[in-house]
Design a protein around this ligand. Structure first.
Ligand code: NI
Length: 210
């Protein structure tokens, strides 16, 4: 990602947080968070913004999966693409480190990487990629339409961009947010770019069973 693109993504990320924080101020009740500029947020109870929902995608083994395949487990989700030079690897490492520090409790969590670049991120490409971070990761891709639909459901923005700094045909600008979903697929909390693994683990742990 070029510096300019990274700046744009930062602006977009802040916009997303502001949107979530906006709900905080709508007085819908049951909402808590750190406020507009916070890096993490928790939104519960009535008035929960719709983040997430049904999807149909293809996992890194080539199997078609839906949100129902993940019921019963917490999902820790990140959207990105395997050609991403820096942001995605950083966030996936943060997820992996957070799981590591949760120890056996992390068995309750399914880490998921959803590609926003389905044309290049085939199941095979994803299989090799996600295993570099943690063998527990599941990589998801799909048709362009399927990926657009799941991204919309999770309020993830992405668009192809020219990448002068690399030999690849294009880069993909995208929002960088880690989502924690509960055992029923409902949104619990998000983590903004650069949240430390310790903080991610600390914020996840209270939701987990023993
Ligand atoms: Ni990325």
């Amino acid at each position: 990602m070029t510096p300019k693109a990274r700046f744009l993504m930062a602006v977009l990320a802040v916009t997303v947080f502001a949107g979530l924080a906006g709900l905080y101020f709508m007085g819908t009740g049951g909402v808590s968070g750190r406020g507009p500029a916070g890096e993490t947020g928790i939104i519960q109870g009535s008035g929960t913004p719709s983040i997430g929902g049904p999807f149909t995608l293809v996992d890194h083994t080539g199997k078609t999966v839906t949100e129902r395949d993940f019921l019963g487990k917490f999902m820790l989700i990140y959207f990105g693409f395997t050609y991403c030079p820096d942001v995605c690897p950083t966030e996936l490492q943060i997820m992996a480190a957070a799981l590591q520090s949760l120890g056996p409790k992390a068995e309750q969590i399914q880490p998921v990487f959803i590609s926003v670049d389905p044309e290049r991120d085939t199941p095979d490409v994803l299989a090799t990629y996600v295993k570099q971070f943690d063998p527990r990761f599941i990589g998801l891709t799909g048709t362009v339409e399927q990926v657009a639909a799941v991204s919309k459901a999770y309020r993830v923005f992405f668009r192809k961009a020219k990448d002068e700094s690399s030999s690849a045909d294009y880069s993909v600008d995208h929002s960088s947010i880690i989502y924690l979903m509960d055992r029923e697929g409902k949104f619990l909390v998000f983590f903004g770019p650069g949240t430390s693994p310790d903080e991610v683990a600390r914020k996840i742990e209270p939701y987990l069973g023993q």
